[in-house]
Design a protein. Sequence first.
Length: 362
Amino acid sequence: VSILIHLRKQWYQRRVRGCSLFTNKDNPSSTFTDLSLPLRPFPSLHTTTQRITAITMASFRNSVRLYSTLVRVPKIKKQGFSSLVQVQSRTFSSLSNTNVCLSSAILSRIPLPTHKTTFLPKMHTRLYSTETSSNPAPPPAPKKKVAVILSGSGVYDGSEIHESVSILIHLSKEGVEAKCFAPDIAQKDVINHITGKPSEEIRNVLVESARIARGKVRPLSQLNTETYDAVIFPGGYGAVKNLSTFATEGEDFSIQPDVVKILKEFNSNGKPIGLTCVAPVIAAKLFPGVKVTVGAEDLDVGGAVNKMGSTNVPVPVDEICVDDSHKIVTTPAYMVNAPLHKIHEGIGKLVRSVLSLVPKRS
C-alpha cells in the first residue's frame, strides 16, 4: 500500500508514461526471477507496479515477504540509478522511507518509452496507463456546485438539523461542491428546544446557521446564482419564520426578498430547486401551479398549498415529488412522523433527482 501511495504521488508530479525498470542478467526480458508468483516478461514500470498491486491485493498479510523480495533485487542495471536507491534496510519499520526513495528515483531517472502498451488490466488504467498520444487527455469534468440555504439552527426556530446534515452528506457522496448560505437577519424568535417555549434571546440567522455549516456560511445576499448549478432548502420552522412569514400569516404570507430573488433566478435559468419538509410552501407561493409535496399528515399545510393555486402531492417519506416543468423537487421529510433513516433516504432521492436535472454545460 505504501509503495502504491508513493508511486501514485510521484506519478502525477512527473507524468511518467512508462519506463524500463529492473532486469536480471540471466533473463533480460524478465523483471524479477525470485518472486514467488509466476511472472510474464514485461519491460515497463507500470507493469512492475501492476505486479506489486496484484501481490499486495492478493497477499496483504505477506507484505513482509514482498518487502524482502524487493530488497533482494540482484542488480539494478541503470547507469547512475544504484547510487540513488539504497534498498538496504531489512527492517519492516523502514519500508515507507525505502518506498519514497525507490519510487522517486525510478520516476525521476528512467526515460519515457516510445512504444504503446496494451496489456494493462482495465481497473489499473486510471493510475498506470502508458498510452502515448499526441492529443492530451481531456480535463476532468468540473464539479457541480449546489447552494444550500439555511435558516438558523434547530427545528423550532431555524433549519431542521437532521435534514440539513442529510442534504450535505448526500451532496458530498455525489461528489458535489456544496456551499451554505443564510440571510444576515435577526431570527423571528428563539425557542427553547427542551421546553418548546420562547426565550427572550435575540439571535442572528446567519450566525446560528454557522453551527450547522461548521462556520463556513456566507450571507444570502452574496449568492451569485450564475456560479451554482442548483439550490436546496432544508425544512424546519426557520423556513416559515425567517425565510418567510407562513408560520404567522398562513397562505397570505410574504417571502424574504433575497429568497425571492434567488429562486426566481434559478427558475428562469432552468436550474433545479430542491425543498424539504415545510419549505415547499415557499415554492408553492412563488410559482403558482407547481406540484410539491408536504406529505399527507398535515392537512393545514397541504390545504394552504392547494389554496395558493399549487398542488400538494402526498408521497411516502422516502419518496419525492418532481415537477419537471419547473424543475422543482420536494420530499416530505419531517412533515411525516417517520424514522430518521427513512427521512435520510428520501432526501437522498431528492439530491440525486436535483442533480439529474442540472442542465449540461456548453
